[in-house]
Design a protein around this ligand. Structure first.
Ligand code: NAD
Ligand code: UDP
Length: 322
């Protein structure tokens, strides 16, 4: 089964590119499908030489025909950074809903297993902590985050119905904040913003008083979890939280980034974006029980592995601008 072709929609993005590398490194054929809206070809160019890798520029809101058998489909196609998914909210919603439906139909026609990259955002601004899969959320149909949150919630419903009504073998990963190499330095998420600001000696932009919390998972832990969820046998159609339960305030993150980069940057407190969730922490006992998975990389170590990547990106970008 593991020798079957793997299709990764959104494969040129941050998480998708790590999945592409994971499989090509193991000699598994990969089809990467991406419209390059927030992803970058450079994330996968090193894989192009491998005879096992094929890139197709395509928007998942239109049906895709791989033209060959596929055993496993990852749906990673969606902007994930708030400024980016809010830039074109209707496109974000359509990507998540129409894109998911198209990929589910493809999985059905190919007899492929399909995994959805859902999100902790399905819990909205949670009024319980930690958040378990049974929590139904404190969510809004309107507002700046709704295009993403509601798009992901509707996509989960599609996954649920394609499994129950049509027997498609589905998996739903509720991913909590994940960071690491291959993030776009300009994509506006907190880890990429803080590290690039610290490396440039610019003030770190802390939104609000920085008392909101997030739980940050290093990308290698997340890839291990996603692969494990994809290849575990049995009916695993129920959602599974994936993330690192260590919880930090945004202010604590800022100080850790300053320490690890040895930066003397100041902090610049800015307005808190509307509907910014106040806390987020995964309850991961389902992942531990069903997959035997727990994250291993603490935040400090993950930052140490991530900072050299951003330093190299900034050097490359500066050289290109000259
Ligand atoms: P990313 O923006 O780096 O990658 C998303 C990829 O999808 C990009 O390559 C983009 O070009 C592609 N894409 C977007 N719309 C598309 C479309 N209509 N057709 C084809 N390709 C399209 O984001 P990421 O952090 O790698 O996130 C990947 C997935 O994981 C997303 O679905 C996101 O919602 C989910 N997720 C990520 C996190 C996280 O912390 N990284 C947390 C929760 C959920
Ligand atoms: N944030 C911040 N400064 C930034 C970017 C983000 O303080 O430059 C905060 C943001 O308000 C949120 C948290 O960091 O509370 C995580 O933001 P991110 O955009 O990474 O993802 P989110 O979890 O909000 O989807």
């Amino acid at each position: 089964m593991e020798s079957k072709t793997v299709m990764i929609a959104g494969g040129a993005g941050f998480l998708g590119s790590h999945l592409c590398k994971y499989y090509t490194d193991r000699g598994v054929r990969v089809i990467c499908v991406d419209n390059l809206s927030t992803g970058r070809l450079k994330n996968v160019t090193a894989l192009m030489d491998s005879g096992a890798f094929r890139f197709c520029q395509h928007d998942v809101t239109r049906m895709f025909d791989p033209g060959e058998p596929v055993g496993f489909i990852y749906n990673m196609a969606s902007p994930a950074s708030p400024p980016r998914y809010q830039k074109d909210p209707i496109a974000t919603f359509e990507t998540n809903v129409i894109g998911s439906e198209n990929l589910l139909k493809l999985a059905e026609s190919l007899g492929a297993r399909i995994l959805q990259s859902s999100t902790s955002e399905v819990y909205g601004d949670p009024d319980i902590s930690p958040q378990a899969e049974s929590y139904t959320g404190n969510v809004q149909t309107m507002g700046p985050r709704a295009c993403y949150d509601e798009g992901k919630r509707a996509a989960e419903t599609l996954f649920y119905e394609f499994h129950h009504l049509r027997g498609v073998d589905t998996r739903v990963a509720r991913i909590f904040n994940t960071y690491g190499p291959n993030m776009d330095p300009d994509d506006g998420r907190v880890v990429s913003n803080f590290i690039t600001q610290a490396l440039r000696g610019e003030p770190l932009t802390v939104y609000g008083r920085g008392q909101q919390t997030r739980s940050f998972c290093y990308v290698d832990d997340m890839v291990a979890a996603l692969v494990s969820l994809m290849h575990a046998e049995g009916d695993l159609s129920m959602p599974v939280n994936l993330g690192n339960p260590e919880e930090f305030t945004v202010l604590e993150l800022a100080h850790k980034v300053l320490e690890e980069t040895r930066s003397t940057s100041s902090l610049s407190f800015q307005d808190l974006p509307k509907h910014d969730p106040t806390q987020r922490r995964p309850e991961i006992s389902r992942a531990r029980t069903v997959l035997g998975w727990v994250p291993h990389v603490p935040l400090r170590e993950g930052l140490q592995r991530t900072i050299p990547y951003f330093a190299a990106e900034l050097t490359r970008n500066a050289a290109a601008a000259e």
